[in-house]
Design a protein around this ligand. Structure first.
Ligand SMILES: Cc1cc2nc3c(=O)[nH]c(=O)nc-3n(C[C@H](O)[C@H](O)[C@H](O)COP(=O)(O)OP(=O)(O)OC[C@H]3O[C@@H](n4cnc5c(N)ncnc54)[C@H](O)[C@@H]3O)c2cc1C
Length: 253
């Protein structure tokens, strides 16, 4: 309380690596409504201190922001030096296959440091999330114990920002259209992102039920039409059950 908060973001919007623009602008509006000042397209040129304490941050535009505390959140890069010295392939992290094996198959890598071809998007990714690290740890244990399962977990993420419980499932980069369930002004909504007619992922704010159902849908390989989504959660649940029954019947045939 009674603190002045300024967010300084180098690129032209918030959460550029994490969520679609529609969600980022919602987050921005909510934060600004609580008095947070947000400067995009701006970076910190230098930080001033006195007697060992920070007193101000100076922006790239030359503005002096008096400050008693500076929180630096500028991303992370993987420590690949050890892997590099061991001769492993490196490409935005330690390269692994679908069993978490590096280019030297006796050496495995997982988590934030590992990059791989994602089964879901077909693109190369290096994901930084607890779900990714723990699911890959389980899979690495399977590989070590002689199994040949492939990494096929559906990626999901979460973050609590002020009064927003933000939950994401799937990977939405490359989406070309979206469908909204719920209400943005009400701060309760889900955005279903599509590439063509394929559901890529869902970003939810304060709609955890949509998120959980989304994890089930994407995990089952079910891509509902925008019309089915517009029918709401009950219609979606029924459509997922019908899809799963059909898959079971196919498997049994
Ligand atoms: C501020 C912050 C907030 C986050 N919030 C979320 C969130 O809300 N949700 C979410 O899903 N994820 C979140 N994450 C990401 C999540 O913490 C990481 O994705 C996860 O911890 C990755 O696990 P990991 O085991 O790959 O790496 P780490 O947790 O980084 O563990 C790697 C370990 O290896 C050790 N190490 C490094 N080099 C060596 C070496 N040569 N020898 C021995 N040990 C070594 C390191 O010291 C470290 O302990 C957040 C991360 C940060 C920094």
């Amino acid at each position: 309380a009674d603190r002045t908060v300024t967010v300084v973001e180098a690129v032209d919007r918030l959460l550029g690596r994490a969520v679609a623009p529609v969600v980022a602008s919602h987050v921005r509006q909510r934060l600004e409504a609580t008095g947070v000042r947000i400067l995009t397209g701006t970076s910190i040129a230098r930080i001033e201190g006195e007697n060992g304490h920070v007193v101000a941050a100076i922006t790239s535009a030359g503005e002096r922001l008096p400050a008693r505390m500076v929180v630096v959140g500028v991303g992370a890069v993987p420590n690949v030096e050890l892997a590099q010295a061991a001769g492993l392939s490196i490409a935005n992290g330690i390269r692994v296959d679908h069993q978490m094996r590096t280019s030297v198959p006796e050496i495995l890598a997982i988590g934030d440091a590992a990059s791989y071809r994602h089964w879901f998007t077909g693109g190369d990714v290096r994901l930084e999330s607890v779900q990714n690290a723990t699911d890959q740890a389980r899979l690495a244990a399977r590989t070590i114990t002689g199994h040949a399962d492939s990494y096929s977990a559906v990626p999901w993420f979460w973050s609590d920002i002020g009064d927003m419980k933000l939950q994401m499932v799937g990977l939405t980069a490359g989406g070309d259209s979206h469908v909204v369930l719920g209400d943005l002004p009400d701060n309760k909504f889900s955005i279903y992102h599509y590439a063509g007619d394929r559901l890529l992922g869902i970003e939810s704010v304060n709609r955890p039920g949509d998120h959980m159902l989304g994890r089930k849908m994407l995990g089952a390989g079910f891509s509902p039409t925008p019309q089915t989504i517009a029918a709401g959660p009950e219609g979606l649940k029924a459509a997922l059950a019908a899809f799963q029954n059909m898959e079971l019947a196919k498997a049994g045939a």
